[in-house]
Design a protein around this ligand. Sequence first.
Ligand SMILES: NC(=O)c1ccc[n+]([C@@H]2O[C@H](COP(=O)([O-])OP(=O)(O)OC[C@H]3O[C@@H](n4cnc5c(N)ncnc54)[C@H](OP(=O)(O)O)[C@@H]3O)[C@@H](O)[C@H]2O)c1
Length: 353
Amino acid sequence: MAVNAAERTAMDRALHLAARGPRGANPQVGAVILSPDGTVLAEGWHHGAGTPHAEVDALSKLAPGEAEGATAVVTLEPCNHTGRTGPCAVALIEAGISRVVYALDDPGAVSGGGAERLRTAGVEVESGEQADAAHALIAGWLTAQRLGRPHITVKWAQSLDGRAAADDGSSRWITGSAARTDVHHRRAAADAIVVGTGTVLSDDPALTARDGDALHPHQPIPVIIGTRPTPAAAAVHRHPQTPLFFDTRDLHAVAADLHARGVQSVFVEGGPTLASAFIAAGLADRVLAYIAPVLLGGRRLALTEIGVGSIGEARRLVVDEWVPLGEDLLAVAHPADAADPAQTTNPQSEGAA
Ligand SMILES: NC(=O)c1ccc[n+]([C@@H]2O[C@H](COP(=O)([O-])OP(=O)(O)OC[C@H]3O[C@@H](n4cnc5c(N)ncnc54)[C@H](OP(=O)(O)O)[C@@H]3O)[C@@H](O)[C@H]2O)c1
């Protein structure tokens, strides 16, 4: 049976409810339970890892037997595995739900398969309703699931001759105000902003996302990587988010730790050493190079050691966009040899846990 008008309206509502949940280790999901005549019986959404999933949250608001013959409208395929909570497909079957309409398939290798389980139990299932909107809502989570770590952008500002700082280490400012405004917008869209101890010790950056003097409503978590201590008076200690300090140079371990904390996107703004280390480790999904019409000469190259010994080993990029920003030019690029993340399912992924 095709999706009807009441179900479509309920999906709008479920998407709205989903957005109330926190962005984190689990996806944002919303659910609406409809009676056979299309009346809304209950609503629910996922409040974060370890709490009931959206369908179960909605069912919990109904008396026993009240969901008998009802329709569940959900933004993500009901899960089929026991994590910290039981399988939602089973909860729906046991509640007597007779029809499920959902937007997106669950990409988790372990948690997927809920639709099949429902069908086997005789529940009617329709998928794909407003899938694009549901995808847009949890795009960051889906990418992090596929990669098994956060999506990582490595950014730097450079002179036309490829330097990240003048010979004495000063680098403020290589680019103009339009480029810096663009950086702050992109910081505000990231979950975490990462620098090495070298940048903290030389520049003492605030690592906030600002609009002029005002702070953006969303602030990325500041992350400092490196074995040297950060001074107690460093500006990063005054950041609205509690900074994370990683006393290590193991970037894969840092990426795994951030993933476990629910960080889905990372903006690396370190100096040349850290930017190069991320690229060398194969941990740069996107590169942003802000190129300014200025010459600096000297030793402070934008990148240092990235594991390229000869031209055959060059790390080729595909430029997605050249963006003029005042006098400067931004290259937005990704590695040419990157597997299309859309095609790669992470076998470790458990989906909504
Ligand atoms: N143009 C730009 O976009 C830009 C941006 C930021 C900074 N800068 C300039 O860059 C200079 C600072 O450069 P930098 O390279 O020292 O800063 P950095 O890249 O931010 O920090 C380097 C430090 O990162 C730590 N680190 C963590 N993981 C590492 C790994 N896997 N491999 C190597 N090191 C790792 C090390 O610290 P430990 O030694 O403590 O272990 C290393 O010394 C300053 O002049 C600053 O003004 C320019």
